[in-house]
Design a protein around this ligand. Structure first.
Ligand SMILES: NC(=O)c1ccc[n+]([C@@H]2O[C@H](COP(=O)([O-])OP(=O)(O)OC[C@H]3O[C@@H](n4cnc5c(N)ncnc54)[C@H](O)[C@@H]3O)[C@@H](O)[C@H]2O)c1
Length: 263
């Protein structure tokens, strides 16, 4: 038996093309993912929410040497199609997508699930779940050599986590969508993962009341006794896009120091 030769790490994804959606700032999980993919040599397309976000995202996109930087608010009809059309024109292919976005209006997120109004529910589901389904639909024809689709979820989909409320319902739907889409696109060599990080202090997390308590509990209860960083998430996601992970698909993968296995 000989020891296998792995490609040199820094070029493991050289020539691969990826779309990163969800960078707001240097704390964003999507930024951790983008950095890890770039470290492995991938070329990246990056989106920003709107003009206000642009000035925060553009310097980061420059660091990534991203050749495609475009606006994308998934609630504006046509913007997502424009992003994929540009990728088709410039690259003609896509190897991975990171969907790292979620949103729920304050009045929906902060109330009980049983009290949620239709509009708040639909907005939460639209931005946090349907946008991933649509992204997978648009990515499929570009993933001619197979590919990997990632979305970010959270443990509050499986368990009742205080203050996570309607977002837990949306994440449960998202995780289910991952399974269905994985089954549908698997024959084409496209793999799909829901990534479930432990709590991280990001802009999105600041909308959840008593988030500091959640962080403290995560650190105390997780077998590793450590909090997760965006680099921890990025490295794991980059690994999952390598050929070495080619038979992994459809799962919710926890990057939480083992928190979810403890009662
Ligand atoms: N922070 C955590 O503790 C944690 C834990 C598990 C999962 N997640 C998930 O990770 C993902 C990324 O969040 P984050 O924590 O990095 O926070 P973040 O605030 O850095 O990222 C959220 C992103 O969503 C984008 N977004 C919101 N509405 C949008 C819209 N209509 N169109 C396009 N983009 C929109 C924002 O612009 C932002 O870039 C989310 O899905 C979140 O639920 C976060």
């Amino acid at each position: 038996m000989t020891i296998p030769v792995y490609p040199e790490t820094s070029v493991a994804l050289k020539g691969r093309k990826g779309l990163i959606v969800g960078i707001a700032n240097e704390q964003s999980i999507a930024w951790g993912c983008a950095r890890a993919f770039r470290a492995l040599g991938a070329d990246l397309a990056v989106t920003y929410l709107n003009e206000k976000a642009r000035k925060h995202v553009e310097p980061l996109a420059r660091e990534l040497e991203a050749p495609i930087v475009m606006p994308l608010d998934v609630s504006i009809p046509g913007q997502m199609e424009d992003v994929f059309e540009r990728i088709r024109r410039e690259w003609g292919q896509l190897d991975f997508v990171v969907h790292s976005i979620a949103f729920s209006p304050k009045e929906a997120l902060h109330g009980r699930v049983v009290d949620v109004q239709r509009e708040g529910f639909l907005t939460t589901m639209d931005v946090s779940c349907w946008s991933f389904i649509r992204m997978a639909h648009l990515a499929e024809p570009l993933m001619k050599n197979g590919g990997t689709l990632f979305t970010m979820t959270y443990y509050g989909s499986q368990m009742v986590v205080e203050n996570y409320n309607i977002m837990g319902v949306a994440k449960a739907a998202l995780e289910s969508a991952v399974r269905y889409i994985a089954a549908e696109v698997g024959p084409k060599g496209i793999r799909v993962h829901a990534i479930s990080p432990g709590p991280l202090a990001t802009r999105a997390a600041s909308g959840i009341p008593e988030f500091d308590e959640l962080m403290a509990k995560a650190q105390a209860k997780a077998p590793t006794r450590s909090l997760v960083s965006i680099d921890d998430v990025g490295k794991a996601v980059a690994f999952l896009s390598l050929d070495g992970a080619r038979l992994m698909t459809g799962d919710t993968i926890y990057i939480d120091g083992g928190y979810h296995i403890i009662d």
